[in-house]
Design a protein around this ligand. Structure first.
Ligand SMILES: Nc1ncnc2c1ncn2[C@@H]1O[C@H](COP(=O)(O)OP(=O)(O)O)[C@@H](O)[C@H]1O
Ligand SMILES: [Mg+2]
Length: 377
């Protein structure tokens, strides 16, 4: 068996070459991935056209089943622990002809679109989930999902049945997630109906929690400049660079947060990271609830083009104060381009006195000590 071609060897080589630091939690995960990698060599199950005969929770007697019945791995852990890095290592090396790695958010969008189209083609009352699962299984015997999460009840209802059908089709699923299965969709209305899906995940996927306690992403923030002034091409380029450095391989896409029943659209974001124009944050009718949602959802926020505020711009200044307070209280890391330094942003007029505290917070938020603090969600 060519053990030396697997993810464990690749992981150790990265450590040996100094590309990454040794991390025993990651090494354990790499060992588990190595085992799975070995079980999946030349894995090539054929999707069944008929309804499968085996019982869902019984182990399937199928010669296509990978050795030792691997059906899935769920890599959980907080941001920056190396989940995506490890999964990518595994995925790149997997000797499986039909394999696919996709950001989960993207997969969900595709799924909704596909279900919508299928319902149109089908007779009323027909269930589109089994044919969809077959379609997916034909293309992929191994599916790797980055940043698995459940956003709303519509997703939750579809996913339970879709995953069940995929497992029945012998699709092996590997996923990374910031949430352990038991905490998925926690505290959301309708969660009870969702519990069987959690049981299904736990039944079919080994859950591995990756937490060496070290946020490597935060390490990359250390030493990064966070306040770029004056405005201009150079400041913009610096923020571009900071953004791509922090987003790294994560998918960049619009996100939507639900705030008091409304939808707040965030145009540019990746996992835990968002980028805004100052105007989109403080020149629109956003309130404390919106800023709070942003502060709890994102560990790092990049803000372009903060202007100097004139004496008659109290409204904008007030929004900016609320925004900074929310960021500060939740220890969000903020990287900005601004017309001037924090002390000179709002110096005259109503509320300018209150702004002094904001300026002082903004200065503190640039300190190495602040940048090392844990994000409070
Ligand atoms: N052991 C390590 N040493 C150094 N850098 C690491 C290590 N593990 C991960 N990283 C880097 O830290 C960043 C975050 O890792 P990532 O896999 O994206 O984390 P997660 O998916 O858990 O949020 C990536 O740039 C990754 O290459
Ligand atoms: Mg990740």
């Amino acid at each position: 068996m060519p053990e030396n071609l697997g993810p464990l060897t690749a992981f150790r080589q990265k450590v040996a070459s100094g590309e990454i630091q040794p991390d025993s939690a990651q090494e354990l995960a790499a060992e588990r991935l190595q085992e799975m990698w070995r079980q999946l060599i030349d894995y090539d199950p054929q999707p069944t056209q008929t309804k499968p005969r085996f019982s869902l929770f019984g182990r399937k007697k199928n010669p296509d089943q990978p050795a030792e019945g691997t059906t899935g791995l769920y890599l959980a852990g907080e941001v920056g622990r190396g989940k995506s890095m490890l999964m990518d290592l595994f995925f790149d090396l997997a000797q499986v002809k039909r394999k696919r790695r996709i950001h989960f958010h993207r997969f969900m969008q595709d799924t909704h679109a596909r279900l919508h189209a299928m319902k149109k083609e089908m007779k009323g009352g027909d269930d589109p989930i089994p044919p969809l699962a077959r379609e997916i299984a034909e293309k992929s015997a191994l599916l790797c999902f980055d940043e698995f999460q459940i956003n709303d009840i519509a997703d939750a209802m579809i996913l339970g049945r879709l995953f069940q059908a995929l497992f029945e089709q012998s699709v092996v699923i590997v996923a990374t997630s910031n949430t352990v299965p038991d905490d998925l969709f926690k505290g959301q209305p309708g969660r009870d109906a969702f519990l069987p899906f959690i049981d299904l995940i736990k039944k079919f996927m080994d859950v591995l929690v990756l937490d060496g306690g070290r946020d490597y992403r935060r390490d990359r923030l250390a030493g990064l400049r966070t306040w770029y002034t004056p405005l201009g091409a150079s400041a913009r380029a610096s923020l571009d660079e900071a953004f791509s450095r922090l987003a790294d391989r994560d998918q960049i896409s619009p996100r939507h947060l639900t705030v008091q029943g409304r939808q707040l659209d965030i145009a540019v974001a990746s996992e835990g990271l968002a980028r805004f124009e100052y105007a989109a944050l403080c020149e629109r009718a956003l309130g404390p609830g919106d800023y709070l949602a942003i502060a709890t959802h994102f560990h790092t926020v990049i803000i372009d083009n903060i202007p100097r505020l004139t004496a008659d711009e109290f409204d904008r200044a007030r929004r900016f104060i609320t925004l900074v307070d929310a960021m500060y209280e939740h220890k969000v890391k903020v990287i900005v381009s601004a017309e001037t330094t924090p002390d000179d942003i709002f110096t005259e007029g109503l509320g300018s006195k209150a702004f002094e505290r904001t300026a002082s917070r903004l200065i503190e938020m640039q300190s190495a000590r602040y940048l090392e603090l844990q994000h409070l969600t």
